[in-house]
Design a protein around this ligand. Structure first.
Ligand code: GDP
Ligand code: MG
Length: 160
């Protein structure tokens, strides 16, 4: 049966996912990427990148008035991060679930933060909080030509 009201919420979205410097330093890159890969989302962009302060401040500008903002910028610029663009139906909310709560001690076991981290200030991964921010953040972190359009062969085995 065709359910147009459900279809409307089944948009193909993009999420900006970033493995933070602690995730890179702790050797968790493969582990974290594999969770999104195994779920069935499509990787469209991937790079290791040591981000400048200005970019970190732009990315987190909504938090600029928070007391922890200077520490957050120091953390994010303290070493290379892994920048990723992931695409899929509902990828934004699903990625947030895979990542888990901001405070890793409150994140459910089975989530990335729940399994791999203990502190908010070292919570190993970022995920966009809305489809709009997904687009904004991918445009912010990736340059023209760094994203790749392709068709995974597994698609018909993931979606009917
Ligand atoms: P997220 O969307 O789950 O990443 O959480 P937020 O958007 O609220 O915050 C962005 C990031 O800022 C978090 O992932 C943490 O790295 C950091 N952060 C948030 N709250 C705190 C805090 O209370 N203390 C510290 N040190 N960092 C925080
Ligand atoms: Mg956030």
């Amino acid at each position: 049966i065709f359910l147009p009201h459900l279809m409307a919420s089944m948009e193909v979205e993009e999420s900006y996912i970033m493995i933070k410097p602690d995730g890179v330093q702790r050797g968790l890159v493969g582990e974290i990427i594999s969770r999104f890969e195994k779920k069935g989302f499509k990787l469209k962009g991937l790079k290791l990148f040591h981000c400048p302060k200005q970019l970190a401040e732009e990315h987190y500008k909504d938090l600029s008035s928070k007391p922890f903002f200077p520490k957050l910028i120091t953390y994010i610029t303290s070493g290379p991060v892994v920048c990723m663009a992931w695409e899929g139906v509902g990828v934004v909310a699903s990625a947030r679930k895979l990542i888990g709560a901001t405070n890793p001690l409150q994140a459910e076991p089975g989530t990335i933060r729940g399994d791999l981290a203990v502190q908010t200030g070292r919570n190993v991964v970022h995920g966009s909080d809305s489809p709009e921010n997904g687009k904004r953040e991918i445009a912010l972190w990736f340059k023209e030509g760094e994203l790749t359009e392709w068709t995974p062969v597994q698609t018909p085995w993931l979606v009917e």
